[in-house]
Design a protein around this ligand. Structure first.
Ligand SMILES: C[S@@+](CC[C@H](N)C(=O)[O-])C[C@H]1O[C@@H](n2cnc3c(N)ncnc32)[C@H](O)[C@@H]1O
Length: 277
């Protein structure tokens, strides 16, 4: 039966239905307290002088987008509050359960559950996702794609930093230097699972779905799919425009291409959407 829209499913039910078992990347020695600190510095709540310079640098944007920002003030405040709370270094919470390590664990466990031979990740960034995916599926070949030049991307990053985490951890991945919208996907072998986490604007996500649905055999996993600002999103800090554009790209793609998939789920309490063939 084709699927024309994404339905909600609990994490527990999804894992039960598709035989997904949690792979504890902390137990495997992939993530430790230092990684958590590093993740906090890259993605976490900025403190002290870093926070101050972030606020000062944001003033021109605040002035030019004042009315747009005013309209979503409640969202911004709730994001900020969640920001402070979720990047807790509370030692009582096991490291594997602390966001964002918990988030990498669930994504990598889902991907591994499909027993993939070949995996493609769109959007390498520092390589935390790549490292998690490879560690959870050590026998798989992991391809990860990022353009070298990406200052216009929503997560710009210096070329030398792209993939530095999986390299530092001696985890093998095939780095593809390319813009996902321009890449010739015929160069790749058949891919079992694709993980889409590149540019989150609508047209990029839509293009990634069009291209990868042709070469993906089992499942496409997308990051940052949160149906609405009130949807339970677990420990994910912020909700914003990038979530809306991912949702609208997936929804419009499925509307036209639902026959390609048997199931389409958003997993509650996570930012994960899975399209299954
Ligand atoms: C959200 S980050 C990826 C995070 C990573 N997947 C992880 O789990 O740690 C998005 C990445 O996508 C990259 N990117 C942006 N536009 C892209 C494109 N057109 N093709 C491939 N990657 C792109 C950005 O440079 C950035 O490194």
């Amino acid at each position: 039966m084709p699927v024309s829209k994404v339905t909600n499913i609990s994490k527990k039910e999804f894992c039960k239905n598709f035989g997904i078992e949690e792979i504890d990347l902390v137990d495997l020695g992939i993530f430790n307290e230092n990684d958590f600190k590093e993740l906090e510095e890259v993605f976490g709540y900025l403190k002290g002088s870093k926070r101050l310079s972030h606020l000062v640098n944001g003033i021109p944007y605040l002035i030019s987008h004042f009315f747009e920002l005013l309209a979503i003030a409640d969202q911004i405040i709730s994001n900020q509050l969640k920001d402070i709370k979720k990047y807790s270094t509370d030692q009582k919470i096991k490291l594997k359960d602390r966001y964002p390590i918990s988030d990498y664990i669930i994504k990598a466990s889902i991907i591994s559950g499909f027993k993939p031979k070949n995996i493609l990740e769109i959007g390498t960034y520092y390589g935390w996702g790549t490292a998690s995916i490879k560690a959870a599926s050590p026998k798989s070949t992991v391809y990860t794609m990022n353009p070298k030049e990406n200052e216009n991307a929503n997560n710009p990053i210096n070329e030398n930093d792209i993939g530095k985490i999986y390299r530092k951890k001696n985890l093998d991945a095939k780095q593809i230097w390319a813009d996902s919208t321009k890449y010739d996907y015929k160069k790749l072998p058949e891919i079992d699972v694709t993980y889409i986490d590149g540019n989150h604007e609508h047209d990029f996500v839509y293009s990634d779905l069009v291209n990868t649905s042709k070469i993906t055999k089992k499942a496409i996993v997308l990051d940052d799919y949160i149906p609405s600002k009130d949807s339970p999103r677990g420990d994910v800090r912020a909700y914003g425009e990038w979530n809306k554009s991912v949702v609208s790209a997936v929804d419009s793609f499925l509307n036209k291409n639902g026959k390609l998939f048997k199931y389409a789920y958003w997993i509650e309490e996570t930012p994960i959407c899975v399209l299954i063939k």
